[in-house]
Ligand binder design. Structure first.
Ligand SMILES: NC(=O)C1=CN([C@@H]2O[C@H](COP(=O)(O)OP(=O)(O)OC[C@H]3O[C@@H](n4cnc5c(N)ncnc54)[C@H](O)[C@@H]3O)[C@@H](O)[C@H]2O)C=CC1
Ligand SMILES: N[C@@H](CC=O)C(=O)O
Ligand code: NA
Length: 441
């Protein structure tokens, strides 16, 4: 390849994703160079511990423990931030952008918290910030929203955005294992965040939902304004009861825009979803996103949401866009720097209030097995407008206690929670009542 410009790349972070990017860029370099019309050079990667033995081993001069030497290197054009977290990663990202570098990231925590600031700095620095790997791993969801579906407004986007929890729920369902039993395997497969609470308590998927909500509706929603619940309290029993009732339990992100009321709601929680829905059939580490556009109708994307190779695929796709931008091609149709476009998308949209939380529920109670229990619970439900749709009662082994599983008709979350608060205080109630939402697309 004669007279082609050489684009130089540096990686911040050389863990699961960093090594994947290095490995695949090297393996596919020639083909990529032809497709991009530029030469690529992997200059250096920063890692915390240089002595660690790694599956991917660059030459010693290509590894450094000083990430600032990469963002300050005048020869480097593209910096990939694959460290994670929101402190050092933010500092490095802002410095790289201010130094005029194009930045590619997989860091959803950083974007959901500091996206507004980072996009502004990219704009002021006349450069770009790409983040395809930050949502749904290898699925090209960012490109799909910004480019492929640009003709649409989106009344509903929902789906599975966390590979780790979907992997755990799938193995709990198939093998009857507890989630602790499967967590180690998810770790070994490189799916789990360094801070595991991000995966298990729903925060990681919430970060991704915040990013999608911004891209679709131009509004940065704060985590404090969202319902965020994870999968820790789900038992194999809940999964089995849900199955008996025709449902699967999935950790779902739900983004709804009501164009009449001009409100948007973004939430993240486990929910029962009818097993015939395509999203219910997305298992293991796969993510699935259903996007309903006012022009195209519903489009569903399914693919690997975590893991070294899938994530590297998304990072390399951003590197390709970054190379194109550096060679003078226009940025993607709606780039993250187009504030005016996002302001128009937002159109002064307000967050939907708690009254918008109305749906059917799944309820699990553990009670003393004695006369009158059902009548008391039914009375509390009736007093709060909670109407029972189905009930399963199962005696426990010692036969002094029983599990009762209800599903309800649609009811407001406030009424449901009030009634469960009262049920919890009844003398025969042996455990805090547990409830899951039933999601109807
Ligand atoms: N693992 C996955 O499947 C996916 C991860 N991501 C995101 O990609 C990013 C990286 O994730 P992983 O590769 O899984 O994490 P990891 O923990 O395997 O790798 C992090 C790397 O950053 C380096 N690092 C941390 N502090 C450093 C410092 N002070 N100086 C130099 N290097 C430092 C570590 O040495 C390590 O090489 C995170 O933002 C994560 O959320 C996104 C999609 C999927
Ligand atoms: N820990 C995350 C990794 C990808 O974003 C997940 O499990 O989805
Ligand atoms: Na993606």
């Amino acid at each position: 390849m004669k007279n082609k410009r050489t684009i130089r790349i540096g990686l911040l972070g050389f863990g699961t994703v960093g090594q994947g990017v290095w490995k695949h860029l090297q393996a596919d370099q020639t083909a990529l160079e032809y497709r991009l019309g530029a030469k690529l050079e992997l200059v250096r990667a920063a890692a915390r511990d240089l002595t660690k033995s790694r599956a991917v081993q660059p030459r010693p001069d290509q590894l450094t423990d000083d990430p600032f030497s990469i963002v300050d290197d005048p020869n480097i054009d593209i910096v990939c931030e694959l460290i994670g977290g929101t402190t050092l990663a933010r500092e490095l990202t802002l410095r790289a952008l201010k130094n005029g570098k194009t930045v590619v990231t997989a860091n959803k925590a950083l974007i959901s918290e500091f996206g507004e600031e980072i996009f502004a700095v990219a704009r002021e620095s006349n450069t770009h910030y790409f983040f395809e790997a930050s949502v749904a791993g290898g699925i090209p969801i960012i490109k799909t929203l910004r480019e492929g579906l640009v003709a649409n407004r989106f009344p509903q986007i929902y789906g599975i955005l966390n590979g780790t929890s979907n992997y755990i729920l799938t193995r709990m369902e198939r093998e009857g294992l507890s989630f602790e039993d499967t967590l180690n395997d998810a770790r070994a497969l490189g799916y789990v965040e360094a801070d595991e609470s991000l995966d298990l308590d729903g925060w990681d998927a919430a970060h991704k939902a915040v990013i999608l909500a911004y891209l679709a509706h131009g509004k940065w929603v704060k985590l404090d304004d969202m319902v965020v619940e994870g999968i820790r309290d789900i038992t194999t029993g809940d999964i089995a009861y849900a199955k008996e009732l025709g449902y699967k339990i999935k950790l779902l992100a739900v983004i709804r825009r009501d164009f009449t009321q001009n409100t948007v709601s973004v939430r993240l929680h486990p929910a029962l979803i009818a097993k015939q829905e395509l999203i219910a059939q997305v298992d293991e580490v796969f993510n699935g996103i259903s996007l309903t556009g006012d022009v195209v109708g519903t489009t569903i994307l399914v693919g690997r949401g975590a893991g070294q190779d899938a994530t590297a695929s998304a990072v390399i796709s951003d590197i390709a866009d970054a190379v194109a931008a550096l060679l003078g091609a226009p940025p993607p149709i709606i780039s993250e720097e187009d504030v005016d476009i996002y302001r128009a998308l937002a159109d002064e949209v307000q967050l939907a209030g708690p009254e918008s939380l109305v749906c059917p529920y799944y309820i699990r109670l553990r009670v003393k097995d004695e006369p009158g229990v059902l009548a008391r619970v039914a009375q509390v439900f009736a007093d709060h407008g909670v109407s029972v749709a189905t009930m399963i009662q199962q005696e426990e082994i010692n036969s002094a206690s029983a599990r009762i599983i209800f599903t309800t008709h649609a009811v407001s979350e406030a009424s449901l929670d009030q009634s469960l608060g009262l049920v919890a205080e009844l003398p025969f109630c042996l455990e805090t009542p547990f409830r899951l939402r039933v999601f109807k697309p």
